[in-house]
Design a protein around this ligand. Structure first.
Ligand SMILES: Nc1ncnc2c1ncn2[C@@H]1O[C@H](COP(=O)(O)OP(=O)(O)OP(=O)(O)O)[C@@H](O)[C@H]1O
Ligand SMILES: [Mg+2]
Length: 245
């Protein structure tokens, strides 16, 4: 479903992605872990064409996209829902209108159908009774969940999550992880989840990829990663196991 082939991304002199190659199959959940500033958000933005690689190929659903013209990228973006690290809501729209936005724009649904779908998606992220509020009136964590609801509402085949649970309480974190897992199992949604949360990764990932300074330093199924000798992976694991004892 997604393939990177020796992808390089530079900003001026600084090489952020240093020749990344990996493949994700349909329906798979890939967790990308790595320290701050290592290129995780840049990786996701290269898939949706917000950034373009300097070298290498990126395949999305059988199509090479890295050199597509801006107007040809539109169908690719329609397949990919991206939940940004910081919630990017429309400030002058209510919560309801924010979630309904994509449904109105692309799907030509009736008003009753839209209302039901918005409610359903807000329930999925543990949000009820806030439809009429403005983004500024709700907390950061709630805004983050609204942006999640907005993205999953349109049921994209590929979901890209940039730290979806950072800053959320444990109950909502579990609900969000459950949601990612259910989408993958029921709709065969392919997901990339950028996260610092090794605990979640071990629980729901099919595969985990650890990035360090723009390179893949470890990847594999959760149980393989548990055996990794790489110091960064050991650090992530140590944090997780410490939290549980
Ligand atoms: N548009 C841009 N222009 C210039 N440099 C950028 C741009 N976007 C990202 N960078 C640089 O690329 C590097 C990787 O950034 P990125 O946002 O991908 O990190 P990250 O792994 O997502 O970190 P975090 O965990 O803190 O979100 C950083 O050094 C950042 O300053
Ligand atoms: Mg980031």
């Amino acid at each position: 479903m997604i393939q990177f082939d020796r992808v390089v991304k530079r900003f001026g002199e600084r090489v952020v992605l240093k020749g990344l190659s990996f493949t994700i199959r349909e329906g798979e959940i890939l967790f990308v872990l790595g320290t701050s500033g290592t290129g995780k958000s840049v990786l996701l933005k290269n898939i949706v064409g917000l950034l373009r690689p300097d070298e290498g190929d990126i395949w999305v659903d059988g199509q090479e996209v890295s050199r597509l013209a801006e107007e040809s990228y539109f169908p690719v973006r329609k397949k990919c829902g991206m939940v940004f690290q910081h919630p990017a809501l429309f400030d002058s729209f209510t919560v309801f209108e924010n979630v309904a936005f994509g449904l109105r724009r692309h799907y030509g649904m009736g008003e009753g159908e839209i209302r039901a779908r918005v409610r359903e998606c807000l329930e999925l992220v543990n949000l009820v009774g806030v439809e009429r509020k403005m983004p500024a009136e709700i907390s950061y964590g709630m805004q983050k969940r609204v942006s999640l609801a907005r993205t999953v509402a349109i049921e994209p085949r590929i979901l890209l999550f940039d730290e979806p649970t950072t800053g959320l309480d444990p109950v909502t974190t579990n609900a969000v992880n459950r949601l990612i897992l259910d989408l993958s199992r029921q709709l065969k949604t392919t997901s990339i989840v950028v996260s610092h949360d090794m605990h979640c990764a071990l629980a729901i990932a099919d595969r985990i990829m650890v990035l360090d300074q723009g390179q893949i330093v470890a990847q594999g199924a959760p149980r393989d990663l548990m055996r990794s000798e790489h110091p960064l992976v050991r650090d992530f694991l140590a944090e997780t196991l410490e939290g549980e004892s």
